[in-house]
Design a binder for this molecule. Structure first.
Ligand code: CP
Ligand code: NVA
Length: 339
């Protein structure tokens, strides 16, 4: 397997065996880190981390991952660079490509991460755009593989806004890995038709299936994995909240949803999650809409506190795996000398 020089903009660009290879490489790097075996294969290399949106996990995963591999990092935050204000993405790409060995980008437009890749001449990693979040899916799948020993054939169920970056990327990932993807949401929040068609075609090759359901309890039935994400994504207008709460309140992942799933089902969430009153946004939403929606009063939106804190929840292992999988992506695309 040689992935040297490749960007990771969407999992659509990666074959099933390439995705499996990255997951297995991450598993190896995780074991090496646990055992204190150094793996500074990328000594002397530099990566720039471009963030137009906030981040805890993705930024930390890239930074710690880069340091473990012997690399140096530069962080450019939402207000820290000329990009988009006084300088085009195309010019920024060429400047950064002359200084760095790789670029990570989190931002608004998928077309921007594509332009960075086209014009920089170095591998570019998508750390989330409005369309896709591919590094998150690698971490999710490592976590699933660690739990069930396999990916193929598992019943993966996504509750919530299935048209967002997470819904899109999870559907692609499941199609690629031969999993049974089900989106449980009102019809208006199902993924767009064109992407479903693309994934149906991939599924024909891998044995995956795709299905779409509006009934929450029916949707949960037979699930091995119940996954959800925030109801309003970064970059969306604040006034979307009420509409989204109305649409998705019946799809909140509660104990009843988990009970309707398989006995050994796990709960996953890319995080950050709203499950209490200890965040500014959670408090604000509770104050504004809590009277109409009982659990929203407690700051519980896409998932109840009981579920995310339960034994079935693997969300913090999943968060740790961001780092191991991002390391695997950097290593595989920046070096072919690590066997
Ligand atoms: N899951 C995820 O991408 O988290 P951050 O927004 O903290 O990076
Ligand atoms: N859909 C979410 C994912 C956060 C990791 C967002 O874009 O805000």
């Amino acid at each position: 397997m040689n992935l040297k020089g490749r960007s990771l903009l969407t999992l659509l660009d990666y074959k099933t065996d390439e995705i499996q290879y990255l997951i297995n490489l991450a598993k190896r790097l995780k074991e090496e880190k646990r055992q204190g075996i150094p793996h500074r294969y990328l000594e002397g290399k530099n990566i720039v981390l471009l963030f137009q949106k906030d981040s805890t996990r993705t930024r930390c995963a890239f930074e710690v991952g880069a340091y473990d591999l012997g690399m140096q990092t530069t962080y450019l935050g939402p207000t820290g660079s000329q990009m988009g204000k006084k300088e085009s993405v195309k010019d920024t790409a060429r400047v950064l490509g002359h200084m760095y060995d790789a670029i990570e980008f989190r931002g608004y437009l998928q077309t921007d991460v594509m332009a960075l890749s086209e014009f920089s001449g170095v591998p570019v990693y998508n750390g989330l755009t409005d369309l896709y979040h591919p590094t998150q899916i690698l971490a999710d799948f490592l976590t699933i593989q660690e739990t069930f020993g396999t990916l193929k054939g598992l019943n993966f169920t996504y509750f919530g806004d299935a048209r967002n970056n997470m819904g899109n990327s999870l559907m692609i990932g499941c199609a690629k890995m031969g999993m049974h993807f089900k989106a449980v949401a009102p019809k208006a929040l199902w993924p767009r038709k064109e992407l479903i068609e693309v994934c149906e075609n991939i599924a024909k090759e891998t044995g995956a299936t795709l299905s779409f359901e509006t009934d929450p309890l029916k949707g949960a039935k037979d699930s091995d994995i119940i996954y959800t994400d925030v109801w309003v994504s970064m970059g969306e207008a604040k006034d979307v909240w009420l509409k989204r709460i109305k649409e998705l309140y019946p799809y909140q992942v509660s104990k009843d949803i988990m009970k309707a799933a398989n006995k050994k089902a796990i709960f996953m969430h890319c995080l950050p999650a709203f499950h209490g009153l200890d965040t500014e946004v959670g408090q604000q939403i509770a104050m504004e809409f809590g009277d109409q929606y009982p659990t929203v009063k407690h700051g519980e939106l896409e998932v109840t506190d009981e579920v995310i804190e339960s034994k079935q929840s693997v969300v913090f292992e999943e968060a740790e795996n961001r780092m191991h999988t991002i390391k695997a992506v950097m290593l595989a695309t920046l070096s072919d000398d690590y066997e």
